[in-house]
Design a protein around this ligand. Structure first.
Ligand code: HEM
Length: 426
């Protein structure tokens, strides 16, 4: 299982960190941790490595193990993870140190929560952590992990990585689609200006998600996903539901004898979400195929590039329709920034991950985040308001559940234009 990344947490004491790094080095030297190169590059190699590590660890003396809290039979440490998982991990790391071994049900897992340990796992021993955890909700929504993000590390992932870096998210394609991003940011700023003239509060979260969805769907599928409020609402709900269900811990994924039991009632919900996703994407693919037949494609969006690759007989791997559909399901964005370099070199803060499986959409995301934030700050002052419309003295920063770490409650603000009209040239 991939190491949990708990970036952005307060540091543990230097002694704890030194002990933890010492533990990993010593364990490798004494053979308590297997050699990652024996299982690397194989499907499921990281899980095999982790299981082997745990097997050796249980045979070795207790001081060879990283610390672990008391485990219960069957559930292991699952009972310690209530509510929002990363908050529980944070509490555990403060108590037990920057490297902990845990059992999530029957799945062995390492929790790493200091930059030094994360570097050991994601850089020094990268080959052992190239696969993602198996999450049944994601597997179902991606037609059996046929996408790129959750595909096991192997020939298909390597093929897709090459295509993504050379054709889909490379500099020239991003440049070609710059007018789309500029247009969407301009529409966003005009909307804020209208609200500002009327002194009307804006749900900043909702508007930013709408903007991100519009940018992504225009770049990927050539059309806005919020043309008509009805369609926009449907899309937003769908995205929120996908984030929520994929970010909730599913007991059946971890406790072996619950594997086929739908304890949390996910099955019905998932079927419904996938049916709606299918309808939406099938319709968009049909429209694209129609345009291709009629030779009406002027600027190629990412879906057209994928359809070209599907038709290209010379490709070493044949893309299936399900591969394409699973690929174009994109995750909503997290708009965050930090003074640190966020490009995977500083292990204190890894919003895009690090190493071979780090985010290939990082340049695109940073273009959009910087331009949007810049425009929001340069053009407006922001007054946060509560439900009753009164100005708030401080912001509610409570975290919600979901893979993208959403806010628990929306940020609602009244924008105040610094200049009116705004001279736009983004
Ligand atoms: C602010 C916006 C974004 C954030 C914070 C973000 C974050 C991440 C993170 C943390 C990972 C996992 C990295 C790892 O395991 O080391 C990831 C993977 C990925 N991201 Fe992003 N991402 C963003 C935007 C995008 C965009 C715009 C795209 C594409 C248009 C994209 C496509 C992907 C893909 C395909 C993967 C899987 C890569 C693989 O498994 O090899 N992301 N992203």
């Amino acid at each position: 299982m991939e190491a949990m990344k708990t970036s952005g947490l307060p540091d543990q004491s230097p002694t704890m960190k030194m002990e933890a790094i010492g533990w990993m080095k010593e364990a490798m030297k004494r053979g308590c941790l297997p050699d990652p190169s024996l299982v690397m590059k194989e499907d499921g190699g990281d899980r095999r490595w982790m299981k082997e590590a745990m097997k050796r660890a249980t045979k070795s003396k207790p001081h060879d193990l990283p610390p672990t809290p008391f485990a219960l039979p069957i559930v292991g440490h699952l009972h310690l993870l209530s509510g929002i998982p990363h908050q529980s991990f944070h509490k555990l790391s403060l108590r037990y140190g920057p490297i902990i071994h845990l059992y999530l049900g029957s799945q062995p897992c390492i929790l790493a929560s200091s930059p030094e340990i994360v570097k050991q796992l994601l850089k020094t021993n990268e080959n052992s952590f190239l696969n993602r955890p198996e999450i049944s909700a994601i597997d179902y929504l991606t037609y059996g992990s046929k996408d790129f993000s959750f595909a096991p590390y192997g020939p298909y992932w390597k093929f897709m990585k090459k295509i993504v870096m050379s054709q889909l998210l490379n500099g020239p394609t991003l440049d070609l689609l710059r007018p789309v991003r500029r247009d969407e940011i301009e529409r966003f700023i005009w909307l804020l200006l209208r609200k500002s003239r009327g002194g009307i509060a804006v749900d900043v979260d909702a508007e930013l998600i709408k903007l991100a969805n519009n940018v992504i769907s225009r770049m990927v599928m050539g059309g806005r996903c919020s043309e008509g409020e009805n369609e926009a609402g449907k899309m937003r709900r769908l995205v929120t539901e996908v984030v929520e269900i994929t970010g909730t811990l599913n007991v059946s994924d971890y406790v072996w004898f619950c594997k086929d039991v739908d304890l949390q009632g996910f099955g019905k919900k998932l079927k419904d979400i996938r049916r709606r996703v299918d309808e939406l994407i099938d319709r968009i693919i049909e429209e694209h195929e129609e345009m291709r037949k009629e030779k009406k494609v002027e600027v190629k969006d990412l879906l057209h590039i994928l359809l070209d690759i599907e038709e290209d007989e010379s490709m070493e791997i044949k893309l299936s329709r399900e591969n394409i559909k699973a690929f174009i399901l994109f995750k909503p964005e997290r708009f965050e920034e930090n003074q640190l370099d966020v490009r995977g070199q500083h292990f204190h803060m890894l919003p895009f991950g690090s190493g071979r499986r780090m985010c290939p959409g990082m340049s695109l995301a940073l273009h959009v985040v910087h331009a949007t934030l810049g425009a929001m700050i340069q053009c407006f002052e922001w007054k946060a308001v509560g439900k009753d419309g009164r100005n708030l003295a401080s912001l509610d920063m409570e975290e919600g559940i979901g893979m993208t770490l959403p806010r628990a409650n929306p940020l609602v603000c009244v924008p105040v234009a610094r200049l009116d009209p705004i001279p736009l040239s983004i």
